[in-house]
Design a protein around this ligand. Structure first.
Ligand code: SF4
Ligand code: FES
Length: 154
């Protein structure tokens, strides 16, 4: 199931088939979406482009503060899939081939590839995800960061 984000209406030239989940943050030519329930607080975004991803600002994502290609590059490094991006006129993010699965020390399984994830709400298409390995996430099959709060080790 492919969702479009709530909030701001995407420009008409952007494909509605894009993988955009959660809330949308727009700037001319670019849409960033953020699904808070999937964020594992890896901080790739806030360290990669602090002028765009600033948790002390409102809204906390302001894509207009950097070139769209730089925003895209940082979003594609978000391991959890909490962040997605679509540039005006560009194809949606392409999956890694082959699919790669990486267990994070004391944390989730990171997966990159052409994914179909079965969730309680239905099947979700994605190219990045972090899946719960500790068994204590409230958003299974996704990791929700609980492993850190409970000090899970493996
Ligand atoms: S999981 Fe993604 S959205 Fe969350 S802090 Fe890390 S890079 Fe940012
Ligand atoms: S591995 Fe992160 S909540 Fe289970």
């Amino acid at each position: 199931m492919t969702h479009t984000p709530g909030g701001t209406t995407p420009p008409g030239s952007v494909s509605d088939q894009a993988m955009l989940y959660g809330r949308a943050y727009t700037a001319p030519g670019v849409i960033v979406s953020y699904d808070a329930a999937r964020c594992i607080h890896a901080r790739v975004c806030v360290q990669g482009l602090p002028q765009v991803f600033d948790v002390s600002a409102r809204p906390w994502i302001q894509p207009q503060h950097a070139p769209a290609l730089e925003v895209q590059a940082v979003v594609h490094r978000c391991p959890s899939g909490a962040l997605h991006v679509l540039l005006d006129g560009a194809a949606p993010e392409q999956p890694d081939v082959p699919t790669r699965i990486t267990p994070y020390p004391d944390g989730p399984l990171g997966i990159r590839g052409d994914l179909r994830i079965v969730t309680p709400a239905g099947e979700v298409q994605d190219v990045r995800a972090t899946l719960c390995r500790c068994g204590q996430s409230s958003n299974k099959p996704y990791c929700d960061g609980t492993h850190t709060r409970v000090g899970w080790k493996e």
